[in-house]
Design a protein around this ligand. Sequence first.
Ligand SMILES: Nc1ncnc2c1ncn2[C@@H]1O[C@H](COP(=O)(O)OP(=O)(O)OP(=O)(O)O)[C@@H](O)[C@H]1O
Length: 638
Amino acid sequence: MSKIVIIAPSKEFADTVRSVVKKSSYKIYAPKDDRDFSFEETVPIAKQEEALGAEVIITRGGQATLLKKKVSIPVVEVKMTVLDILRTVHTLKSRYKRIGLIGVENIICDYRELGSYIDIQTYPVFSYEHDLDMQVRNALADHVEFIVGDGMSVDYAKRFGLPGIKLMPSSASVREAVEIAENLVRARFLEGTKNEQFRMVLETAQDAILIISNEGQVLLANNRAIHLLNRERTDIINYPIHDVLNGEKSLLNLLTQSQEFREEIVHVRNSVLSVSKRRIMVADDPIGWVLTLQDVTQIQKLEQSIRRKLNHTGFVAKRSLEDMIAVSPAMKNVVEKIKYFSRTNSTTLLLGETGTGKELIAQSIHNHSDRKNRPFVPINCGALPSNLLESELFGYEPGAFTGAHRNGKAGLFELAHTGTIFLDEVGEIPLDLQSRLLRVIQEREVMRVGGSSIIPIDVRIIAATHRDLQSDIRNGKFRADLFYRLHILPISIPPLRGRKEDIPLLVDVLLTKISERYQCRKPRLPEPFITKLKDFSWPGNIRELENVLERIVVLFNAEIPHDDVLQEIVEELAVNDRAATLTNEQSGGFDSVLNGTLEDIEKQVILRQLDQFGGNKELTAKHLGISRATLWRKLKEN
Ligand SMILES: Nc1ncnc2c1ncn2[C@@H]1O[C@H](COP(=O)(O)OP(=O)(O)OP(=O)(O)O)[C@@H](O)[C@H]1O
């Protein structure tokens, strides 16, 4: 398919065209013999080429005038220049006194003035049917001896015995026409590109969009609008908006307002729509309106799905410092450390019993740091067997092991690039992997399992453990060098029993959270009960407290007498505490303690109780039946 088609009505013109147009991408039609193309021949050619996808037709003279009416693509006319005519007339001047210029109006009009300069008669033809005969007769009446003009006119004049010569555009004129045609093709392409871009924007928009004229006629509607209006496109485009929205009174009242507005809410059938109306201005003139309609329920669904996707990756830290309750001095101190440490990129080690909030603190550090908009990648190192943990952390190349994914897989270190990786239960990492982890931390680069290339990473490391890593080092379970790499910024998180001042606020905030989750009323707990909660040792820390409160929310809503529920919980907590103390005393290691001297045994008992009460000396002393001063003294002595 050629985009530019040249129809040369005569053989001579075709020769001029071929001398100019060398590109094979142009299709040239020319008569096979000396006879010029008739209109009956050129019209079908032009129509066929248009149907095949031609974008521009080049031709000349009367053919151009006619084809412009017959096809809807642009027809570029090869115009005769004044110079073309002068050149022809000049050669004839010595032989003929009276020369006439005859031809269709578009050839003659610009040159009519020519007659006054070079003594030549002009005979414009507006329509071959109506004027040609008359103008040839006029020329004869004016005693014109020789005629120059377009093919049709000259041929016609010959029938009256009037000799003539056909005007032929020069190569320069052909070149100019070709240039115009090429520019037109380029402009059409640009326009097509713009239209397509506009269409794509319109169709990929989340909103239903309608463009209406100043008179309220729908000029354009995207597929969402068609879908929303539940009509056929043909029943919408070019119809008045009144007809299109017939029956949707509230929407119509809103849309026919003569003012712009934004995000007005309107109920249409079963949907809630947010509607906006904006003027379209072109050079300060209003030319219509653009209406956007958003299905609010759809937006809510979209938001949910985006959140689900983000959360599904697990790479978003949802909690932050605002979620942390810190009333006790011990926790306030932890919060200060979080704020301070989050300003650095250094490796941080969180030390604390289970349920003390290590994960919450890791997320808070991340969200308080410059990396807050980057990934937060948590992994529980204790939850996976060694080989799986290795490929999870460092990734693997295709075919690294049986069952490996065909395309390989990026490790969590890679996925955490520019963000934070949270190595929970770092004390559970097997020794062989510890050395690999050490290398990654030292070099800040990873190599996938089965791979040979090194991938540099920029990751902040936060590790956490409930284990006594120093003792693991002594027992050969944890590498000392890895410990020192992790122990750069340590945070010891006190157990709940060591920060009982936090309990009342924790109870209040957690009850609100849980009640919201269950969508039920928040229980009001009696003060004595809340105070009583401070007496227990909470081995499961805040998680245990959370579980107890969840039970209260559920049972209070089950209409079980509230006092019974609270009484049962207090008893259960007391029993658990006694059992824990007993187990501790029996298995804890009294066996080991009993082996030492009396002083050793006393020291072990004091330290164990101190630990049991999260370092709280007052409670420890009370439990051991000694004064705080005695406890101080004994601790000092030991
Ligand atoms: N200071 C705090 N303020 C409010 N809620 C807290 C606080 N600390 C912990 N929590 C809540 O207690 C629960 C347990 O916390 P988290 O999971 O962070 O503990 P953890 O130390 O990581 O536990 P584990 O070691 O068992 O994984 C979470 O629901 C957390 O939001």
